[in-house]
Design a protein around this ligand. Structure first.
Ligand SMILES: [Zn+2]
Length: 303
Protein backbone atom coordinates (compact mmCIF):
# COMPACT_ATOMS: atom_id res chain seq x y z
CA UNK A 1 0.00 0.00 0.00
CA UNK A 2 2.87 2.34 -0.75
CA UNK A 3 1.20 3.97 -3.72
CA UNK A 4 1.30 7.75 -3.64
CA UNK A 5 -2.12 9.32 -3.77
CA UNK A 6 -2.99 12.95 -3.27
CA UNK A 7 -5.57 13.07 -0.53
CA UNK A 8 -8.54 15.28 -1.28
CA UNK A 9 -8.44 17.96 1.42
CA UNK A 10 -12.22 17.69 1.69
CA UNK A 11 -11.86 14.00 2.55
CA UNK A 12 -9.85 14.58 5.74
CA UNK A 13 -10.35 16.57 8.93
CA UNK A 14 -14.02 17.05 8.26
CA UNK A 15 -17.44 15.95 9.44
CA UNK A 16 -20.64 15.94 7.42
CA UNK A 17 -24.20 15.62 8.63
CA UNK A 18 -26.97 14.04 6.57
CA UNK A 19 -30.57 12.96 6.79
CA UNK A 20 -32.68 10.25 5.18
CA UNK A 21 -36.07 11.91 5.72
CA UNK A 22 -38.23 9.05 4.47
CA UNK A 23 -36.52 6.70 6.97
CA UNK A 24 -36.49 9.14 9.87
CA UNK A 25 -32.76 8.72 10.11
CA UNK A 26 -29.96 11.18 10.62
CA UNK A 27 -26.28 10.59 10.60
CA UNK A 28 -22.77 11.94 10.49
CA UNK A 29 -19.47 10.96 9.06
CA UNK A 30 -16.15 12.21 10.40
CA UNK A 31 -12.64 11.52 9.21
CA UNK A 32 -9.37 12.73 10.71
CA UNK A 33 -5.95 12.90 9.06
CA UNK A 34 -3.47 15.75 9.73
CA UNK A 35 -5.43 16.75 12.84
CA UNK A 36 -5.05 13.28 14.30
CA UNK A 37 -1.36 13.27 13.42
CA UNK A 38 -0.88 16.64 15.13
CA UNK A 39 -2.63 15.52 18.30
CA UNK A 40 -0.74 12.23 18.51
CA UNK A 41 2.59 13.86 17.65
CA UNK A 42 2.40 15.92 20.84
CA UNK A 43 2.76 12.65 22.75
CA UNK A 44 4.80 9.52 22.48
CA UNK A 45 2.02 6.99 22.93
CA UNK A 46 2.53 3.28 22.27
CA UNK A 47 0.43 2.01 19.33
CA UNK A 48 -2.53 0.58 21.31
CA UNK A 49 -2.88 3.81 23.31
CA UNK A 50 -2.60 5.99 20.19
CA UNK A 51 -5.21 3.81 18.53
CA UNK A 52 -7.78 4.12 21.30
CA UNK A 53 -7.24 7.89 21.43
CA UNK A 54 -7.76 8.03 17.64
CA UNK A 55 -11.06 6.17 18.09
CA UNK A 56 -12.07 8.49 20.90
CA UNK A 57 -11.28 11.59 18.81
CA UNK A 58 -13.44 10.35 15.92
CA UNK A 59 -16.30 9.68 18.33
CA UNK A 60 -15.82 13.12 19.85
CA UNK A 61 -16.00 14.69 16.38
CA UNK A 62 -19.15 12.69 15.54
CA UNK A 63 -20.87 13.62 18.80
CA UNK A 64 -19.56 17.18 18.88
CA UNK A 65 -21.10 17.87 15.50
CA UNK A 66 -24.52 17.17 17.11
CA UNK A 67 -24.19 20.23 19.41
CA UNK A 68 -26.78 22.77 18.46
CA UNK A 69 -24.91 25.88 19.49
CA UNK A 70 -21.50 26.66 18.09
CA UNK A 71 -19.95 27.58 21.46
CA UNK A 72 -21.04 24.33 23.11
CA UNK A 73 -18.61 21.68 24.24
CA UNK A 74 -18.74 17.92 24.04
CA UNK A 75 -16.49 15.93 26.36
CA UNK A 76 -15.86 12.24 26.22
CA UNK A 77 -14.16 10.77 29.24
CA UNK A 78 -13.28 7.13 29.91
CA UNK A 79 -12.25 6.35 33.44
CA UNK A 80 -11.36 3.18 35.25
CA UNK A 81 -10.71 1.97 38.74
CA UNK A 82 -7.59 -0.08 38.09
CA UNK A 83 -7.15 -0.26 34.34
CA UNK A 84 -3.93 -0.06 32.32
CA UNK A 85 -5.43 3.18 31.00
CA UNK A 86 -6.77 5.08 33.96
CA UNK A 87 -8.04 8.15 32.14
CA UNK A 88 -8.84 9.12 28.57
CA UNK A 89 -10.21 12.57 27.79
CA UNK A 90 -11.20 14.04 24.44
CA UNK A 91 -13.24 17.14 23.80
CA UNK A 92 -14.76 19.18 21.01
CA UNK A 93 -15.63 22.84 20.78
CA UNK A 94 -16.38 24.81 17.64
CA UNK A 95 -14.78 22.24 15.36
CA UNK A 96 -11.63 21.97 17.50
CA UNK A 97 -10.53 18.67 18.98
CA UNK A 98 -8.03 17.71 21.64
CA UNK A 99 -7.37 14.68 23.81
CA UNK A 100 -4.93 12.76 25.96
CA UNK A 101 -4.53 9.44 27.73
CA UNK A 102 -3.03 8.58 31.12
CA UNK A 103 -1.78 5.02 31.30
CA UNK A 104 0.60 2.66 33.05
CA UNK A 105 3.45 1.92 30.61
CA UNK A 106 4.74 -1.10 32.56
CA UNK A 107 1.38 -2.81 32.64
CA UNK A 108 0.72 -1.96 29.01
CA UNK A 109 3.94 -3.76 28.06
CA UNK A 110 2.47 -6.95 29.50
CA UNK A 111 -0.60 -6.75 27.24
CA UNK A 112 -0.96 -8.46 23.86
CA UNK A 113 -0.17 -6.19 20.88
CA UNK A 114 -3.89 -5.71 20.15
CA UNK A 115 -5.40 -5.54 23.60
CA UNK A 116 -9.17 -5.68 24.05
CA UNK A 117 -11.15 -2.80 25.49
CA UNK A 118 -11.48 -4.74 28.72
CA UNK A 119 -7.78 -5.47 29.02
CA UNK A 120 -7.02 -1.75 28.62
CA UNK A 121 -9.71 -0.33 30.85
CA UNK A 122 -10.74 -3.18 33.15
CA UNK A 123 -13.90 -2.15 34.91
CA UNK A 124 -14.48 1.28 33.49
CA UNK A 125 -17.04 3.90 32.63
CA UNK A 126 -17.61 6.18 29.69
CA UNK A 127 -19.02 9.62 30.46
CA UNK A 128 -20.35 11.82 27.68
CA UNK A 129 -21.03 15.44 28.61
CA UNK A 130 -22.88 17.99 26.49
CA UNK A 131 -22.36 21.59 27.59
CA UNK A 132 -24.55 24.06 25.72
CA UNK A 133 -22.93 27.49 25.87
CA UNK A 134 -26.02 29.57 25.08
CA UNK A 135 -28.39 28.08 27.65
CA UNK A 136 -25.73 26.95 30.12
CA UNK A 137 -27.48 23.57 30.05
CA UNK A 138 -25.32 20.59 30.90
CA UNK A 139 -26.21 17.01 30.29
CA UNK A 140 -24.09 14.00 31.20
CA UNK A 141 -24.69 10.34 30.52
CA UNK A 142 -22.55 7.52 31.91
CA UNK A 143 -22.38 3.94 30.67
CA UNK A 144 -20.12 1.02 31.54
CA UNK A 145 -17.21 0.48 29.14
CA UNK A 146 -18.41 -2.76 27.63
CA UNK A 147 -18.30 -4.35 24.22
CA UNK A 148 -15.59 -4.70 21.62
CA UNK A 149 -14.59 -1.05 21.59
CA UNK A 150 -15.51 2.55 22.33
CA UNK A 151 -18.00 2.58 19.44
CA UNK A 152 -20.02 -0.16 21.17
CA UNK A 153 -20.01 1.78 24.41
CA UNK A 154 -21.39 4.85 22.61
CA UNK A 155 -24.12 2.72 20.99
CA UNK A 156 -25.08 1.52 24.48
CA UNK A 157 -25.07 5.12 25.68
CA UNK A 158 -27.65 6.12 23.06
CA UNK A 159 -29.73 2.98 23.57
CA UNK A 160 -29.77 3.24 27.36
CA UNK A 161 -29.75 6.87 28.35
CA UNK A 162 -31.31 8.37 25.24
CA UNK A 163 -33.43 5.53 23.87
CA UNK A 164 -32.26 6.35 20.37
CA UNK A 165 -31.49 3.33 18.16
CA UNK A 166 -28.00 4.09 16.87
CA UNK A 167 -25.24 2.59 14.84
CA UNK A 168 -21.64 3.63 15.46
CA UNK A 169 -18.66 2.37 13.48
CA UNK A 170 -15.08 3.56 13.88
CA UNK A 171 -11.98 2.54 12.00
CA UNK A 172 -8.33 3.45 12.36
CA UNK A 173 -6.11 3.02 9.28
CA UNK A 174 -3.00 0.83 9.26
CA UNK A 175 -0.73 3.85 9.65
CA UNK A 176 -2.65 4.86 12.77
CA UNK A 177 -2.74 8.41 11.40
CA UNK A 178 -6.10 8.34 9.60
CA UNK A 179 -9.31 7.45 11.39
CA UNK A 180 -12.95 7.73 10.45
CA UNK A 181 -16.40 6.87 11.65
CA UNK A 182 -20.14 7.00 11.15
CA UNK A 183 -22.95 7.68 13.59
CA UNK A 184 -26.44 6.85 12.32
CA UNK A 185 -29.57 7.38 14.38
CA UNK A 186 -33.26 6.74 14.15
CA UNK A 187 -35.22 9.83 15.19
CA UNK A 188 -38.87 9.30 14.26
CA UNK A 189 -40.06 12.16 16.45
CA UNK A 190 -37.53 14.76 15.50
CA UNK A 191 -34.09 15.22 16.89
CA UNK A 192 -35.09 15.74 20.52
CA UNK A 193 -34.52 12.15 21.52
CA UNK A 194 -34.79 12.70 25.25
CA UNK A 195 -38.40 13.80 25.11
CA UNK A 196 -39.56 10.63 23.45
CA UNK A 197 -42.63 9.17 25.11
CA UNK A 198 -42.43 5.64 23.89
CA UNK A 199 -39.87 3.39 22.27
CA UNK A 200 -40.82 0.84 19.74
CA UNK A 201 -38.42 -2.02 19.48
CA UNK A 202 -39.32 -3.00 15.93
CA UNK A 203 -38.47 -0.36 13.39
CA UNK A 204 -38.55 -1.73 9.84
CA UNK A 205 -37.36 1.62 8.43
CA UNK A 206 -34.50 1.73 10.92
CA UNK A 207 -33.52 -1.88 10.22
CA UNK A 208 -33.33 -1.00 6.54
CA UNK A 209 -30.90 1.91 6.91
CA UNK A 210 -28.93 0.15 9.64
CA UNK A 211 -28.34 -2.82 7.36
CA UNK A 212 -27.18 -0.48 4.57
CA UNK A 213 -24.83 1.34 6.93
CA UNK A 214 -23.42 -1.94 8.20
CA UNK A 215 -22.07 -2.69 4.73
CA UNK A 216 -19.49 0.05 5.22
CA UNK A 217 -15.94 -1.28 5.27
CA UNK A 218 -13.22 0.03 7.61
CA UNK A 219 -11.07 0.86 4.54
CA UNK A 220 -13.81 3.16 3.27
CA UNK A 221 -13.96 5.03 6.56
CA UNK A 222 -10.21 5.61 6.48
CA UNK A 223 -9.58 6.11 2.75
CA UNK A 224 -8.01 9.60 2.50
CA UNK A 225 -8.95 9.84 -1.19
CA UNK A 226 -12.63 9.11 -0.74
CA UNK A 227 -14.70 12.25 -0.05
CA UNK A 228 -17.27 11.77 2.71
CA UNK A 229 -20.06 12.83 0.31
CA UNK A 230 -19.10 9.97 -2.00
CA UNK A 231 -19.23 7.53 0.90
CA UNK A 232 -22.69 8.82 1.78
CA UNK A 233 -23.79 8.26 -1.80
CA UNK A 234 -22.25 4.79 -1.91
CA UNK A 235 -24.27 3.64 1.08
CA UNK A 236 -27.61 5.28 0.45
CA UNK A 237 -27.93 5.96 -3.31
CA UNK A 238 -31.06 3.81 -3.58
CA UNK A 239 -32.87 5.86 -0.97
CA UNK A 240 -35.67 8.17 -2.01
CA UNK A 241 -33.92 11.23 -0.62
CA UNK A 242 -30.52 11.83 0.93
CA UNK A 243 -30.07 15.29 2.33
CA UNK A 244 -26.64 16.73 3.08
CA UNK A 245 -27.16 18.90 6.15
CA UNK A 246 -23.79 20.30 7.09
CA UNK A 247 -20.07 20.12 6.53
CA UNK A 248 -17.77 21.00 9.40
CA UNK A 249 -14.01 21.40 9.05
CA UNK A 250 -12.14 19.94 12.02
CA UNK A 251 -8.98 21.31 13.60
CA UNK A 252 -6.72 20.61 16.50
CA UNK A 253 -7.21 23.09 19.27
CA UNK A 254 -6.07 23.52 22.83
CA UNK A 255 -7.26 26.10 25.28
CA UNK A 256 -4.27 26.09 27.61
CA UNK A 257 -2.73 29.49 28.33
CA UNK A 258 -0.16 31.15 30.54
CA UNK A 259 -2.94 32.77 32.48
CA UNK A 260 -4.73 29.48 33.16
CA UNK A 261 -1.55 27.74 34.30
CA UNK A 262 -0.57 30.60 36.62
CA UNK A 263 -4.08 30.54 38.06
CA UNK A 264 -3.76 26.84 38.87
CA UNK A 265 -0.31 27.22 40.45
CA UNK A 266 -1.40 30.30 42.41
CA UNK A 267 -3.87 28.13 44.33
CA UNK A 268 -0.99 26.25 46.01
CA UNK A 269 0.57 27.57 49.21
CA UNK A 270 3.93 29.41 48.79
CA UNK A 271 5.77 26.53 50.55
CA UNK A 272 4.23 24.03 48.16
CA UNK A 273 5.19 26.15 45.18
CA UNK A 274 8.75 26.38 46.46
CA UNK A 275 8.86 22.58 46.59
CA UNK A 276 7.47 22.24 43.09
CA UNK A 277 10.07 24.58 41.62
CA UNK A 278 13.42 23.43 40.28
CA UNK A 279 16.77 24.80 41.43
CA UNK A 280 16.26 27.77 39.12
CA UNK A 281 13.06 28.65 40.97
CA UNK A 282 10.89 27.77 37.96
CA UNK A 283 7.91 25.45 37.99
CA UNK A 284 7.47 23.80 34.61
CA UNK A 285 3.85 22.90 34.05
CA UNK A 286 2.92 20.94 30.97
CA UNK A 287 -0.50 20.83 29.38
CA UNK A 288 -1.74 17.26 29.36
CA UNK A 289 -3.60 17.80 26.09
CA UNK A 290 -0.88 19.30 23.92
CA UNK A 291 2.33 18.80 25.97
CA UNK A 292 3.16 22.51 25.74
CA UNK A 293 5.33 23.51 28.69
CA UNK A 294 4.59 26.65 30.70
CA UNK A 295 7.42 27.86 32.92
CA UNK A 296 6.18 29.73 36.00
CA UNK A 297 8.63 31.54 38.29
CA UNK A 298 7.50 30.52 41.77
CA UNK A 299 8.54 33.84 43.34
CA UNK A 300 6.39 35.78 40.84
CA UNK A 301 3.29 34.43 42.55
CA UNK A 302 4.41 35.19 46.10
CA UNK A 303 3.25 38.18 48.03
ZN1 LIG B 1 -2.61 22.62 25.72
Amino acid sequence: MASQTNPDPAALDAAIGFALPARHARGRFARLGPVLDEILSAHDYPAPVARILAEALVLTALLGATLKDAGGQLTLQAQTEAGVIDLLVADYRGGELRGYVRFDADRLAEQPSQPSLFSLFGKGYLAITFDQAMSGERYQGIVPLEGAGLADAVEHFFAQSEQIPSLVRIAVGDSGRVAGGILLQHLPEGEEGRERLHTRLDHPEWDHVRILAETIRPEELTDPTLPLEDLLWRLFHDEEEVRLLSATPLARGCRCSDEHVRGVIARFAPEERAEMAGEDGVINVDCEFCSRVFPVRASDLDG
